[in-house]
Design a protein around this ligand. Structure first.
Ligand code: GCV
Length: 687
């Protein structure tokens, strides 16, 4: 009996330890060297900075580190100057960010020289699509860490410690804002119970420099205040929002402001009252202005009336350029449709010249395999941020037209739709943590390369995690060769692999309806909005495939500056990665490779599957360097990913083959699923 109890106790302890590694993200506990921290001032934030140094110092044993707050015009916002033994900043938060950077550089073996680090964006936020009942829209890592189903508003010790861990993780990568609820907002969020919980969250976040924001429902004055209208130009409505802002700021003096999804996908908005987005946004912006708040107004708008959904945000927002108040920022998804595995950048970037614009990226993998597929999204975001809009000639990248480099913006910001939930590992997939990390790093420095981000994340998350390997003298170089190198390559290839097995050559929005996981190119039930069905986007027919957005088609190309408009318009110069986004082409169209379009499509799908099969081999081989808990979890997920990649390939090739009427090249693995079965399963799952 004694033996059994001991064994059980041992097992629980070991399991907990493993779970702890998953839970600790990129902040794995390290054995620290003694360090003497010199800091003249005292505050909650500076105490955290000191404590972090003491718990994580990897420099010379017994070294002294000075933390100094001193005005320096070369340092912007919460930026900092860093040396081997000092951090200097204008603000306390700058000191904290500097400390995290110093520790990161020590832990990842990067050089530390006297250098200034300024953030690319002033506001770096996570958007949580968390509902008041604790569920998360497009969340794949459990329930909300903020809200509970039982509507209990008691703040437990467990809540507090989780929020603190969350705040610390964010601060360590420079994130300084959290929108705590879904953009499909409930008016409930503005009621006293919820606001008091927001206050409690804000108190935990404050020393880590994380401001809280709320998504608001535009019709709240009617729904909550009982007003007859929510017309933004109506005086009683204006006063209702002013009073609400006053109430919020009396509870949370550093409240960040509002995020608004309005007149979009059935959400109420100013257009319901014949008003414009500017009327709506400005009214809310005026309400929070006295307190220094901002409004992030989303440009994710489309209606079934337009022939091309991809054009609509531009059409609605460009005429309003210059009409928004200076504490409004237009939040724009990276692509013109919806967070697809690959889209060209939204033409709104570079079109707005007198209005602050901010990128919205999606960290949660709604269209990229949920928390089942291993897909490192940093390369996708880098591709978007480094895309040239040509707004003011070459070099006007999305990064530069949003961070204030090209024209002054009163506020600069970036948002990432979070993938965080109550799962022990926060993100559902151990590698999805890398996407949270990458978002923060790019928000701080929008010029960072994905290869550096992956390198840092792997070192911080996995070094020392071997449970089966004895540490030898040359363990570090062995680890670099046998773990870091192959795993990094797998991460860097993973997004292109997903594009290959899901939507190659510019295909988009051909996923299964509702849950957006597997393939669904055929889905178009009668009386469904066309722009919610895949055939609207792929336009497959016997004469070819692809959406004609050229000048003779929907003319979406003209929303881009020259020379891009002409480049995309001409089939010979349009990058093949965007080919079927901009062109409808015959199945036997000759590609640059000399293959027909049909064959090329087949080979891309096949390549995607092969890449995932290769990832499985890479992972199996690194087993000696990973703790068994994370090893097994990732191995299982890779198996599911392979099954799903094969399903995507089979479904898309068999479906499109009905139109191409051409054989699948004979050197490609034959489908193992029947199209009818795939469609039947898909339909069954949805019913
Ligand atoms: C929060 C897509 C998603 C929705 C999401 C919407 C948005 O349509 O499927 O879940 O709603 O984008 O970004 O507002």
């Amino acid at each position: 009996m004694k033996q059994l109890i001991f064994t059980l106790f041992f097992l629980i302890t070991v399991l907990n330890l493993y779970a702890q590694e998953e839970h600790d993200l990129w902040l794995q506990k390290k054995k620290a060297m003694p360090v003497n921290v010199i800091c003249e001032k005292k505050s909650a934030t500076l105490d955290i900075a000191t404590q972090e140094l003491q718990q994580g110092w990897q420099g010379k044993s017994g070294a002294s580190v000075t933390l100094t707050i001193k005005k320096d015009n070369a340092i912007k916002n919460d930026g900092f100057r860093l040396g081997q033994n000092f951090v200097q900043a204008n603000t306390e938060l700058g000191i904290l960010y500097g400390v995290y950077e110093l520790l990161r550089r020590q832990q990842t073996g990067q050089t530390i020289k006297d250098e200034i680090y300024n953030p690319s964006y002033e506001i770096r936020t996570l958007n949580h699509w968390d509902n008041p009942n604790g569920s998360i829209e497009r969340g794949y890592a459990g329930q909300s860490i903020f809200w509970r189903k039982d509507s209990s508003f008691i703040v437990t010790e467990r809540d507090k410690s989780l929020w603190q861990e969350y705040a610390r993780a964010n601060a360590s990568i420079g994130i300084n804002g959290s929108v705590l609820n879904n953009v499909n907002a409930s008016q409930l969020m503005l009621t006293t119970d919820y606001l008091n919980r927001v206050k409690a969250i804000a108190e935990i976040f404050r020393p880590y420099g994380i401001k809280v924001y709320l998504s608001v429902k535009f019709s709240s004055p009617s729904l909550l205040g009982g007003l007859k209208t929510s017309d933004p130009l109506n005086d009683t409505v204006i006063n209702w929002w002013r009073a609400k802002a006053k109430e919020i700021y009396s509870l949370i003096p550093d409240f960040g402001g509002f995020l608004v999804k309005a007149s979009s996908e059935g959400q109420p908005g100013p257009q319901d009252y014949g008003r414009t987005h500017a009327d709506g946004a400005n009214m809310l912006a005026d309400a929070v202005k006295p307190y220094g708040g901002i409004v992030m107004w989303r440009a994710f708008v489309y209606s079934p009336n337009d022939k091309d959904r991809a054009k609509q945000a531009y059409n609605e927002f460009v005429p309003l350029d210059g009409k928004f108040h200076d504490n409004v920022i237009i939040q724009i998804k990276n692509g013109p449709v919806d967070f697809q595995p690959r889209e060209p950048f939204s033409p709104l970037f570079g079109a707005l010249k007198k209005t602050s614009a901010m990128p919205e990226l999606q960290i949660t993998q709604e269209y990229l395999g949920h928390s089942i597929h291993l897909v490192f999204l940093s390369t996708m975001w880098e591709e978007c941020l480094q895309s040239d809009t040509y707004q003011q000639g070459p070099g006007s990248t999305v990064a530069r037209v949003t961070d204030g480099s090209i024209y002054p913006q009163t506020h600069t910001a970036i948002a990432g739709v979070a993938n965080i939930g109550l799962d022990t590992n926060w993100c559902g997939h151990d590698f999805a943590q890398a996407n949270w990390y990458a978002f923060g790093r790019l928000a701080w420095n929008n010029k960072l390369k994905s290869t550096q981000i992956a390198d840092e994340w792997i070192r911080l998350t996995f070094y020392d995690a071997a449970s089966q390997k004895n540490k030898t003298a040359n363990y570090s170089s062995e680890w670099n060769e046998s773990f870091l190198k192959p795993v990094k390559q797998m991460m860097l290839d993973s997004r292109e692999a997903a594009v290959n097995y899901m939507t190659p050559l510019g295909l988009h929005h051909i996923m299964s309806a509702n849950e957006h996981y597997g393939p669904g190119a055929w889905w178009a039930p009668p009386r469904t909005r066309a722009d919610w069905t895949p055939p609207y986007y792929h336009q497959a027919a016997t004469n070819g495939v692809g959406f004609d957005r050229t000048k003779t088609g929907s003319d979406a190309v003209s929303q881009y500056h020259e020379p891009l408009a002409s480049k995309f318009n001409n089939v010979n110069t349009c990058p093949e990665i965007y080919l079927l986004w901009f062109h409808h082409l015959p199945w036997d169209y000759k590609m640059k490779s000399g293959k027909t379009l049909w064959d090329e499509l087949c080979y891309h799908y096949d390549k995607g599957v092969k890449q995932v099969r290769q990832f499985q081999k890479v992972w199996d081989k690194v087993q000696p360097y990973v703790d068994s808990s994370r090893f097994n979890a990732v191995q299982r997920k890779l198996r599911s990913q392979a099954v799903n990649a094969i399903l995507w390939k089979d479904a898309c090739l068999l479906y499109f083959q009905q139109f191409s009427r051409m054989p699948i090249p004979y050197d490609i693995e034959r489908p193992v699923n029947n199209l009818n079965d795939i469609i039947a399963n898909d339909t069954r799952r949805r019913n």
